[in-house]
Design a binder for this molecule. Structure first.
Ligand SMILES: Cc1ncc(COP(=O)(O)O)c(C=O)c1O
Length: 295
């Protein structure tokens, strides 16, 4: 993996409607988004030159901003055109795309009604999130100390930058202990999601996953549920208590970056990635291919 810092790369970034040289896509230190976390973003992947569920990501970006009480001054169609331009200009067929929107600098108190809203979009090469060679072995997850916030505490269903503060802390703590990531519970101690992915379990051929009414309802999560149902596999969305993890035989996580990644261990619980997880991994990789959209 490249060690070149993200602000020192070659290329072009779409910035408020213009394509600017990568290293010049800068913001001022007095930006509301930096001080108060008034920023939202997306993480998307392009496969063979097509961004998977691109429009859904753009729509979610606008919704995330509205949940933070700001309007991105570009329409879904404009964002779609911008992302296409970024991907084409990058010369990449398989890429990760990162749109980010934030409040600017006109006001620097907590209130920000007059601040302009900015949008930037970058694309870069990002192979598999977790080591593909050992993928079927499954990753090891710690259980985070932090809980996903109550929707009365924060705009929990927004892909808001500020909500990732506890994700970074949790991921660091997990990595320091030798884990790949951490599973987070919700404020009522139900199983919720990982720091950047949703979680699924399997018992007796039935899939169980936490109901996504209190954290990000991932687009990959929605895709995998649809793929499972297409195969006639029952999917139950419900509250899951941590101790129930002892009853599940398989576990995997889903996300645009993580795709479908098998899990072998969560704290004291053990899983053996097997046929159904592998089927869904393969079905997902087939679904994201441009030919799948054309079919
Ligand atoms: C906290 C969190 N949950 C879930 C997901 C999965 O969402 P998606 O499948 O839309 O990428 C992500 C990734 O964006 C995430 O950051």
């Amino acid at each position: 993996m490249s060690v070149i810092p993200f602000d020192e790369r070659e290329g072009t970034i779409w910035f408020d409607g213009a394509m600017v040289p990568w290293r010049e896509a800068k913001i001022h230190v007095l930006s509301h988004g930096l001080h108060y976390g008034s920023a939202v973003f997306e993480g998307e992947r392009a496969y063979g030159g097509r961004i998977f569920k691109s429009r859904e990501h753009s729509e979610r970006l606008l919704r995330s901003a509205q949940l933070l009480d700001f309007e991105i001054p570009f329409s879904v169609d404009e964002i779609e055109a911008a992302k296409a331009q970024v991907l084409t200009t990058s010369g990449l067929k398989d890429a990760y795309l990162r749109p980010v929107a934030w409040r600017g600098s006109e006001m620097m108190g907590v209130a920000a009604q007059k601040n302009t809203i900015h949008l930037a979009i970058a694309a870069w090469e990002w192979p598999s999130y977790f080591d593909p060679a050992t993928k079927m072995k499954g990753i090891r997850l710690d259980i985070a100390d932090y809980r996903r916030p109550d929707p009365r505490t924060a705009p929990s269903t927004s892909k808001a930058a500020g909500l990732y503060m506890i994700c970074t802390i949790s991921k660091h703590r997990a990595e320091n202990k030798g884990y790949a990531d951490a599973l987070m519970l919700d404020w009522e101690d139900n199983v919720a999601e990982c720091t950047g992915a949703n979680v699924f379990f399997i018992a007796d051929g039935v899939i169980h996953t936490p109901e996504a009414d209190r954290f990000l309802n991932g687009l990959t999560r929605q895709t995998v549920i649809e793929l499972a149902k297409r195969r006639g596999v029952r999917v139950v969305e419900r509250r899951i208590r941590p101790e129930e993890m002892a009853d599940f035989s398989e576990c995997f996580i889903t996300g645009s970056a993580a795709e479908v990644t098998p899990v072998a261990e969560i704290g004291p619980y053990r899983f053996t990635p097997a046929a159904l997880t592998k089927t869904l991994m393969d079905d997902y990789l087939a679904e994201v291919q441009p030919q799948a959209a054309a079919a």
